[in-house]
Design a protein around this ligand. Structure first.
Ligand SMILES: *[C@@H]1O[C@H](CO)[C@@H](O)[C@H](O)[C@H]1NC(C)=O
Length: 163
């Protein structure tokens, strides 16, 4: 069931939250294309437990992160090699913001041993089309499209709000 809610003001703590089968992870679609009729941008609130990582992935949308809690490491691969290659490791910390350019393979890693990493994420061009890499040496052309992504699966068949 798709948690559609077109009210103007929503309490984030009462919005649908799930780990979508991913261990040490939690996701809330704060403002989404499928659930809330967003057209140009989408906003997520995500929490990654100590030591956990997102999959290595890329998408052809812009992505802005705001770190609300904790600290971690952004791993950023290459688009000029035929595969991501050894990623740059960029420390991120509470109250920092960072962006991931279009199509860059990346991974967000909660490299802290104790604290959760909580990020607010803004993406363009929703719903997101995510290409997954098994590792940093997998060719870009072999990365696998997962669409709809896990948090969009329940909503994909819902009629889009065209107002
Ligand atoms: C982040 O900002 C909040 C609110 O201003 C502040 O309480 C907190 O100490 C800041 N954290 C860091 C690591 O600077």
């Amino acid at each position: 069931s798709c948690p559609r809610d077109n009210s103007v003001v929503k309490d984030i703590n009462k919005m649908h939250q799930s780990n979508y089968g991913i261990g040490g992870f939690s996701h809330i679609t704060v403002a989404g294309a499928l659930a809330h009729g967003m057209k140009e941008v989408e906003v997520w609130l995500q929490t990654i437990s100590a030591g956990q990582r997102t999959p290595i992935h890329r998408h052809s949308c812009e992505e802005v992160f705001v770190v609300l809690k904790g600290r971690g490491t952004l791993l950023l691969g290459s688009t000029s090699l035929p595969y991501p290659g050894t990623p740059q490791e960029i420390p991120v910390f509470q109250n920092s913001t960072f962006t991931v350019p279009i199509n860059y393979p990346h991974q967000v890693w909660n490299s802290d041993e104790h604290e959760d990493l909580q990020v607010l994420v803004i993406i363009s061009r929703p719903p997101v089309k995510i290409f997954l890499y098994e590792d940093w040496s997998m060719p870009h052309t072999a990365a696998k499209l997962k669409f709809p992504f896990v948090w969009d699966e329940d909503c994909l068949d819902a009629p889009k709000d065209e107002l």
